[in-house]
Design a protein around this ligand. Structure first.
Ligand code: GRF
Length: 207
């Protein structure tokens, strides 16, 4: 399966996909393009170091959401990608991309949806909110993407305990390593193996 990976920041999730392909844990999957929402994303360095084509498409460079949506759609379709993976991508995708790739867009969210998600809940914020509320477990979620933030069918989740001496930073680091970098490659494999069934906004993994 050919995939396009969308990024905005450090790219630890992109690296986890690259490493999983290299070590054979992720099979029949190739990264055709990495698209960044800003030119300073370190994820672009990771793509370059691995000889993967990349480009930058920033929302601000376009006068309208339509023009941005059109540009993103053009970049993804011309790469030949069959699956779109939002790996730490912080921009909302436009309706054209969401419709063209309906049920073929994955997003990783650093909390257990439906808790601590939605507009503005990204980066360190979910972890700050988790500690502020005093919940005892947190984790990450891979979901299919629709036109609303974090509301698509949930595909995979993985939890960790919140430790008494956790800070937002220590919790974020543990969730990235023990949850995100584990379930995102697994979710891509399920899509590549055509093992995902979606009914009534619910996703099931079938054998
Ligand atoms: C990750 O926790 C991701 O879930 C969130 O931003 C963080 C950075 O991701 N959206 P990455 O290192 O850029 O993959």
């Amino acid at each position: 399966m050919k995939i396009a990976v969308l990024v905005s920041g450090g790219g630890t999730n992109l690296q986890a996909i690259i490493d999983s392909i290299d070590n054979g844990h992720l099979t029949n999957v190739s990264i055709e393009v990495v698209i960044a929402s800003n030119a300073n994303a370190f994820a672009l360095e990771r793509a370059k170091n691995h000889g993967i084509a990349s480009l930058v498409i920033t929302r601000k460079a376009y006068e309208t959401m339509e023009a941005y949506d059109e540009a993103m759609l053009g970049a993804i379709t011309s790469s030949g990608a069959e699956l779109v993976v939002m790996a730490g991508f912080l921009s909302l995708l436009g309706p054209k991309v969401v419709q063209k790739y309906a049920n073929r867009i994955l997003n990783i969210h650093p909390a257990l949806i439906p808790s601590f998600c939605g507009k503005g809940m990204y980066g360190i914020r979910p972890h700050e909110a988790v500690l502020a509320r005093g919940v005892k477990v947190s984790g990450a979620t891979v979901h299919l993407v629709n036109e609303f933030y974090d509301e698509g069918p949930i595909l995979l989740q993985k939890a960790v305990d919140v430790l008494p001496n956790d800070t937002p930073e220590t919790l974020q680091k543990r969730i990235m390593k023990e949850c995100e970098q584990v379930i995102l490659p697994q979710a891509i494999q399920c899509m590549a193996d055509n093992k995902v069934v979606i009914e009534n906004n619910l996703a099931k993994i079938v054998d």
